[in-house]
Design a protein. Structure first.
Length: 165
């Protein structure tokens, strides 16, 4: 999934247990893998990869990689802003929201570390990601992958606000 649904779900999960930040972080981390089990559309990271070694290359060697990275950074900033607008009411909820977002995004960061170093524990997390991930790769169905992510984000927010009332 792209970063925004992971951020929304991670922040929601962590905010459901605001007095247990470690538990919130763990639940947010696990939510990443649960969401990745659902068919979705991911970013195509091939422009970041050396075709022969399957390792991360410098973004300065590829304009496609640099543009994609800029897009991902803008999405991450947008997801942070959206989550802060939805979940933050005070300093504590800001910290809990950030803990949830970081937990939910960490598995994707582990992927970057895996493709950079190919060492444990990142090998383990990459194998897990590969085993459970259901990226919709057929370009005809991109709309489906995006629609599923929008639906899941809205569904989680509705459930979150029902539970929090």
């Amino acid at each position: 999934m792209i970063l925004t649904p992971h951020a929304i779900v991670g922040a929601a999960v962590a905010n459901l247990v605001p007095n247990e930040p470690v538990l919130g972080f763990v639940f947010a981390f696990l939510s990443h893998y649960v969401l990745d089990m659902i068919p979705h559309k991911d970013y195509d990271i091939n422009s970041f990869m050396d075709k022969k070694t399957r390792t991360v290359v410098s973004i300065f060697k590829s304009s496609a990689a640099a543009l994609k990275l800029i897009f991902i950074i803008f999405e991450a900033i947008g997801a942070l802003i959206l989550c802060f607008l939805i979940f933050v009411r005070d300093e504590k909820s800001a910290a809990i929201t950030l803990i949830g977002i970081i937990g939910a995004w960490l598995p994707d960061f582990f992927q970057l570390l895996y493709y950079s170093f190919k060492k444990q524990p990142f090998i383990f997390f990459q194998r897990l990601h590969d085993k459970i991930g259901h990226d919709i790769e057929d370009k005809k169905y991109i709309w489906l992958g995006i629609s599923i992510q929008v639906f899941i984000s809205i569904f989680v927010l509705v459930v979150y606000f029902i539970i929090k009332k």
